[in-house]
Write a protein that binds this ligand. Sequence first.
Ligand SMILES: NC(=O)N[C@@H](CC(=O)O)C(=O)O
Ligand SMILES: [Zn+2]
Ligand SMILES: [Zn+2]
Length: 425
Amino acid sequence: MTKYIQNVKLLNGQSELVESTITIVDGRITEIGGEQPAGAEIIDGKGNFLAPGFVDVHVHLREPGFEHKETIATGTASAAKGGFTTICAMPNTKPVPDSVENLELINSLIEQSAKVRVLPYGSLTVAQSGDERTDLEALKASGAVAFSDDGVGVQLAATMYEQMQAAAKLDMVVVAHCEDNSLIYDGVMHEGKRNKELGLLGIPSICESVQIARDVLLAEAAGARYHVCHVSTKESVRAVRDAKAAGIRVTAEVCPHHLLLEEMDIPSDDANWKMNPPLRAIDDKDSLHAALLDGTIDCIATDHAPHTVEEKCCGMVGAPFGIVGFETAFPLLYTQFVETKKWTLKQLVDWMTVKPAQIFDLPYGTLEVGAAADLVLIDLNQEQSINPDEFASKGRNTPFTGWKAKGWPVLTMVEGNIVYNEEAK
Ligand SMILES: NC(=O)N[C@@H](CC(=O)O)C(=O)O
Ligand SMILES: [Zn+2]
Ligand SMILES: [Zn+2]
């Protein structure tokens, strides 16, 4: 089966858009800029920008166990609509993928209903309880992309150290949600200025940064590959930067919301602004930008975390942490940072494709000949305002309602198959 996408613009190494074509045979890219092959199915790119499908190494699909928030079907439909073609699913489901049996159950659910490529994490501890360690070798053999207890921090240094040693033997990455439970202080937002104005308890920056500082030293001692989730504070940035300078094998991700928002943007006690880690101070936000630009932070990940309207209805105190991310990530980052010339389009695309793929040795996020034809066509001129009622996700929990943005995906393909088409709406 041959497909030929004509009339598209591709990025070159100088971040310029150049007219081209893509030929796909049996789900793989076979030629870039070639002539139309005889008998090919023709797809008109209509002059839109064509990028590698986005790779998101931090997402929550909620199934099994929390299908009222999201399912693999709705979560992957949301990913496809946002231009994501490979996503790594976090293990805070019920059951937790802490055994071969549970991971195989998740694999079979993915097989049944995923619209994009889903690579599941295995957990670091049984039931993510932080006590009993999981069998990482068995989880790897059953297809775990990496290991994480995301949703909670690993409290005991020895547990983290021993799992890092086990992961190092397997040449696998340990992925950490860094949060010291003794430093949460029942907070629901950042401990700074805005929480006092709103009369809400705050989570201090050290809650995150001290655990990162601990972990990079453990990773050094274990010789492990260590990846930090959703970095949010300037002290965390410094810990990662210093660790990299010392030759420790650490990588890090940042979420769109931490690049776009800070604590003072929170309009009121509204749980659509509640996520973990919380929106920090403006100098934290600035340091995240500097860290992306200097390579301290390697990539962008959404931490797509859907919850129900009922759970998010009634203020921050009772609500769960988390906001959705797939369908707003690219348009917001493109509009706010590429259109304004802070970043090049190539930088943004690399942070959402090859950079995350490299951390996990994934062969995705590239348009090279021979690669899987995972791609997204994006209309860079189309402007829309964000309306959660139009999300393919079950989640409506976003702080970006009403924001105007350009750069909307119009067609997404995984292995040459169309998984989202704006025209089919
Ligand atoms: N980020 C969040 O605020 N919430 C995530 C958990 C997590 O990523 O730590 C969730 O699962 O809802
Ligand atoms: Zn987390
Ligand atoms: Zn998460």
